[in-house]
Design a protein around this ligand. Structure first.
Ligand code: ADP
Ligand code: MG
Length: 647
């Protein structure tokens, strides 16, 4: 059996990087076809050809209507925010084109037996994670898993410091704060390294904040300076603006090593050099930097730590090279940030280490894994219910954010009405108690509840959240020997069928033309929010395995306290049992939160509405006619005469 080579892919907003793990367990960066380690995450769609990387970036300045860049920012949305030749493509399809190019580069260097871990910002929610792994599948990768970028960076750091084996010199636990400011996203995560063990303590971030925002500020300044000199603003012209953004990226990098430079602005045949200083750049972007500082302070609070308990601050992501970042971190923490890891390469290298770890765990590597990784979830997971005291809908959280993964939590809810024949389980991701402020990530229905069923009948809901950040849901009706294992039906994302069709078009590597027919289909075929009622299945014993072998004895046991006599468990028996890692973010209890029945099928409702409408219209006509005849008895309406009204 040929050895499967573990590959790490840092699929960045602006640059992507591939790393491999050699048989000796050391990571190395795999160069692309141009011999470079960074591939710009840029795609240009010609009619019959797709360009990715540096060539796409060059061509893109003149073919703006064919250019796709910063697509990662739109992951999770139905379509990429800008039209390509007038057409809207799903963002994961564009990402798949980048990943296909990366696969060609990896296969050329390492052969066809490759399997990958793709990185995502820790703050990515479920739809964005799913879209990323879909993109990998469409590109023809064997996707082992998705891993958080800060976790990957910490793995690379751990490798350098020798923390990835339990043997060797005894090393003190190291608490590391990873500050990752890339091109389009920002993440901050606190991770604890022990020999052979890596554990995330808390994470937070912003998926709409990165170097690109710094670029836009500086570009805006340069464009305004041009406009006040020449009277017309380069912002108004997509080609001039795109060219200016290219100049800005260079100027920004210069400002990371020098105190001043100038930006060349070209528009409508005129050229101006706008001088910029590091101090002016810092002034223009002070609020952006402060947003990262705020999140950093917040994550420290979430982890329940003081700066004195942070041993190292690791700067990751190209934008952390801006001197203002290190200065801010020093001001906040009182320590100089760690400079030993390459901020561009750390994430891909760590992902390759994680790919090797997963292959070892699955028995597909020559040697067993020498370390363990424990992650946390970045967003709380809850369910939509109704508070009986107020009658208002609310998000009842089952798994609070920053829970170590994998985790399983059970909560008990009740039916809302007498003889309720179905229950809706609407899965929410987010911190707010208002469902409308959360992301609805899936919805399903348990139909066919037994009769008679009084109001307030208990329904047990169990969420199981895996290490990869994916969720499965189980609904159970106590008092019966039956339960339903629920597959979440996603409210967003491509259906498996469409994935296959898009995948073939991506594999064809033949420009925009093969996508044409699919674009129309995709827009019509957005997965409906309607769900299939699920059959109740014979009950299976709830597993009592500890889901997380990495946990210490002081952690909360995850197993369900099974009761042999089949009696009802006390509400929240599992959810609130044991020590909570972050009890403060966990709601006290959900007294009798009610789950509603599924709304009537749209077809029946529409029919009833139409029938009612017709009946009342007919009645209205008759009454109107009688009224008119009564008011004007001599008129001969429709040549009809009604008995009794006309003498
Ligand atoms: P991503 O992973 O989101 O693609 P990267 O970590 O590759 O991001 O970082 C890319 C960002 O870093 C871009 O916005 C780029 O302009 C910025 N960047 C790279 N090098 C420097 C530098 N020397 N000074 C300032 N910004 C930089
Ligand atoms: Mg990155």
């Amino acid at each position: 059996m040929p050895r499967i080579q573990p590959i790490g892919i840092d699929l960045g907003t602006t640059y992507s990087v591939i790393a491999a793990l050699d048989p000796g367990g050391r990571t190395r960066i795999v160069a692309n076809a141009e011999g470079e380690s960074l591939t710009p995450s840029v795609v240009v769609f010609e009619d019959q050809q797709t360009l990715v990387g540096k060539s796409a970036r060059k061509l893109g300045t003149s073919k703006v209507d064919r250019l796709a860049e910063c697509v990662k920012r739109d992951m999770g949305a139905a379509v990429y925010s800008r039209p390509i030749r007038g057409e809207f493509l799903p963002p994961e399809v564009i990402q798949a084109c980048i990943l296909r190019q990366l696969k060609q580069d990896a296969v050329r260097a390492l052969g066809p037996e490759v399997a990958a871990v793709i990185t995502v910002p820790a703050y990515f929610d479920e739809p964005r994670r799913k879209a990323t792994s879909d993109a990998g599948e469409m590109a023809g990768w064997n996707v082992l898993d998705i891993v958080n970028e800060p976790t990957a960076a910490a793995l690379a750091f751990g490798e350098d410091l020798g923390y990835l084996t339990p043997q060797g010199d005894p090393r003190a636990p190291l608490t590391v704060l990873v500050y990752d400011l890339g091109g389009g996203t920002f993440d901050v995560t606190i991770i604890q390294l022990r020999p052979g063990d890596l554990r995330t303590l808390a994470t937070d971030g912003d998926v709409q904040l990165g170097g690109r925002d710094w670029d836009l500020r500086l570009a805006g300044h340069a464009a305004d300076a041009f406009a006040s000199e020449h009277g017309s603003n380069p912002r108004a012209n997509p080609v001039s603006w795109q060219r200016l953004l290219g100049e800005i990226d260079e100027a920004k990098r210069t400002l990371s090593v020098r105190h001043q430079t100038s930006v060349r602005v070209e528009h409508e045949g005129q050229t101006t050099h706008v001088p910029v200083t590091r101090a002016l750049f810092a002034e223009l972007t002070a609020d952006l930097l402060e947003r990262t500082a705020h999140t950093t302070r917040q994550v420290l609070k979430d982890a329940g730590l003081e700066w004195s308990q942070i041993d190292r601050v690791l700067l990751v992501g190209g934008s952390s090279r801006m001197p203002m970042v290190a200065e801010m971190i020093e001001r906040l923490s009182g320590q100089r940030p760690e400079r030993s890891v390459n901020p561009d390469e750390a994430v891909a290298r760590g992902a390759a280490i994680y790919a090797g770890y997963l292959l070892a765990e699955r028995g597909l590597a020559e040697r067993p894994a020498t370390f363990r990784v424990t992650n946390v979830n970045a967003h709380s997971l809850g369910i939509e219910g109704v508070d009986p005291r107020t009658g208002r809908r609310q998000n009842a959280i089952l798994i609070p954010r920053n829970s170590p993964l994998p985790v399983r939590r059970m909560r008990e809810f009740v039916t809302r009405t007498v003889n309720q024949n179905s229950i809706v389980l609407r899965v929410l991701e987010g911190e707010s108690s208002q469902p409308e402020d959360c992301t609805a990530i899936g919805r399903t229905v348990i139909a066919g509840l037994p009769k008679p069923l009084p109001q307030g009948w208990p329904i047990r809901v169990t969420y199981e959240y895996g290490t990869n950040g994916r969720l499965s849901v189980r609904g159970q009706v106590p008092g019966t020997d039956r339960e339903a294992i629920l597959e979440i039906e996603r409210e967003r994302g491509l259906t498996p069928e469409l994935l296959g069709q898009w995948g073939s078009a991506v594999a064809a590597d033949a420009g925009l033309d093969p996508f044409e027919a699919l674009i129309a289909a995709a827009l019509q075929d957005q997965p409906a929010a309607e769900t299939q009622p699920l059959e109740l299945l014979p009950a299976q014993d709830a597993t009592t395995d500890d889901l997380n072998p990495a946990r210490g004895g002081d952690q909360e046991p995850l197993s369900a306290p099974e009761q042999a006599n089949g009696q009802r468990l006390p509400a929240d028996a599992i959810a609130d049992g044991g020590g909570e890692p972050h009890a403060s973010s966990f709601p006290d209890s959900h007294p009798g939160i009610q789950l509603e029945r599924a709304p009537r099928k749209r077809g029946t409702g529409t029919l009833a509405y139409l029938t009612g409408h017709l009946l009342f219209s007919a009645l209205g006509l008759v009454v109107g006619y009688y009224l008119l005849c009564w008011l004007a008895p001599d008129a001969n309406f429709l040549h009809l005469r009604l008995p009794g009204l006309h003498p």
